[in-house]
Design a protein around this ligand. Structure first.
Ligand SMILES: C[S@@+](CC[C@H](N)C(=O)[O-])C[C@H]1O[C@@H](n2cnc3c(N)ncnc32)[C@H](O)[C@@H]1O
Length: 372
């Protein structure tokens, strides 16, 4: 929101954070992200319409129905590999507008026993999105239950899907200074009218194992998401104890490394991450190496990551697209092919997005990951 002079008016959350920082000092980037997205009153997901043409961004299931349908078939296969349990949890983390689950269930209905055995759980923080999910999934064949926390879902063999959920989990940032590291924090700008990055005064704990000074240079940034690691630890323990598999899809990197990835998006354009908190989607790339290592530390097996494009091709994207195009007008077929191209092509979403599967150790490599 800008005034006549083009200067940004502080959002209610920005005012709240400025007052808090004046009182108590700078906050971590993780605390900033947690509030910017999830503040109970003024957080982005509580107060805005995030997804779709009138929102701020678009996700793969919103672009092409093939995405959810192929994942639906993948889930049926994963269920079969688990011995086709009569009772299991089908869990989606961060289901957005419910489009992915709607497409999953349409494909999975090909196996009525899968639908009969599934208890559908949606982990969702946004009351507004819960209402949309409820409307969209009415008549989809399963009555969803909602959870605020993963630990609130009753333990059972589980199939879990998370598309663009882990990128919402808060990260900490550390910056190399002359001979050491400092945590990068959110403080105030010079005239105390807005937010700006500042550095902590003391070095972070050695247990963080930040790169040696010989292996980094002044100004380098390292990001760590303890929230993503904790979430993966809980999920892996649950899968190891009760059986099941989790498919994690997100934009991110295969190997941990240095570099800043904190970003914000508003009205389909990049936006400065500290501007207008609560009005823009603030996320960070997912460190898949750290998630895989955490899964293994907690008894599970991690397959991948593989690029989203390759994963979808392995699941038969091209065949599915050609099936969908049959009997359609040339214009409709063009739209279907364009959607598939956007989600799978390396120069679109196909390379930056990765797919990882976290599994109970007793299960074979799931489809799409056989030789990875
Ligand atoms: C980027 S959207 C992804 C939506 C959907 N998966 C899709 O592919 O269209 C992120 C989703 O995660 C939810 N979310 C974000 N942080 C969350 C948290 N800490 N706990 C539960 N849900 C969260 C949001 O409300 C939203 O539904």
């Amino acid at each position: 929101m800008t005034d006549a002079a083009g200067a940004a008016e502080p959002t209610p959350l920005e005012e709240r954070l400025i007052n808090l920082i004046k009182l108590k000092g700078p906050i971590t980037v993780a605390d900033y992200m947690a509030d910017a997205l999830g503040h109970p009153h003024d957080g982005y997901y509580m107060s805005q319409t995030p997804i779709g043409a009138n929102g701020d961004f678009i996700t793969a299931p919103e672009i092409s129905q093939t995405f959810g349908e192929l994942i639906g078939l993948w889930l049926v296969e994963a269920w079969r590999a688990m011995g086709s349990p009569d009772d299991f949890n089908l869990i989606e983390l961060g289901p957005g507008r419910g489009v992915l689950m709607e497409d999953i269930l349409r494909a999975a209905r090909l196996r009525p026993e899968f639908i009969r055995g599934a208890h559908l759980w949606l982990l969702e923080t946004s009351g507004r999105l819960r209402v949309e999910q409820q409307k969209r999934l009415r008549g989809a064949g399963l009555d969803p239950m909602w959870a605020d926390e993963f630990a609130d879902i009753p333990p059972a063999p589980s199939l879990i899907v998370a598309n663009e959920f882990f990128d919402c989990l808060p990260i900490h940032q550390y910056q190399r200074v002359k001979t050491s590291w400092r945590e990068r924090l959110v403080g105030l700008n010079n005239d105390e009218t807005g937010l700006d990055f500042v550095l902590g005064k003391t070095p972070p704990p050695p247990a963080l194992n930040l790169p040696a000074t010989s292996a980094s240079k002044e100004g380098d940034i390292v990001e760590i998401s303890f929230a993503a690691r904790d979430f993966t630890a809980g999920l892996s323990e649950q899968l190891t104890e009760h059986g099941g598999q989790a498919l994690i899809i997100d934009y991110g990197h295969m190997q941990s490394g240095m570099g800043e990835t904190l970003q914000a998006v508003r009205a389909h354009k990049f936006w400065p991450p500290l501007a207008s908190p609560g009005r823009a989607d603030v996320t960070a790339h997912v460190d898949f190496e750290a998630l895989g290592a955490t899964a293994i530390d907690h008894g599970a097996v991690a397959h991948g990551p593989v690029s989203q494009g390759e994963f979808l091709e392995r699941l038969g994207l091209n065949i599915r697209v050609e099936m969908l195009c049959k009997g359609k007008t040339a214009e409709q077929a063009k739209t279907i092919r364009a959607g598939a191209y956007r989600i799978a092509s390396p120069d679109q979403m196909g390379e930056i997005f990765k797919v990882m599967c976290v599994c109970a150790p007793s299960l074979p490599a799931p489809s799409g990951f056989e030789d990875i």
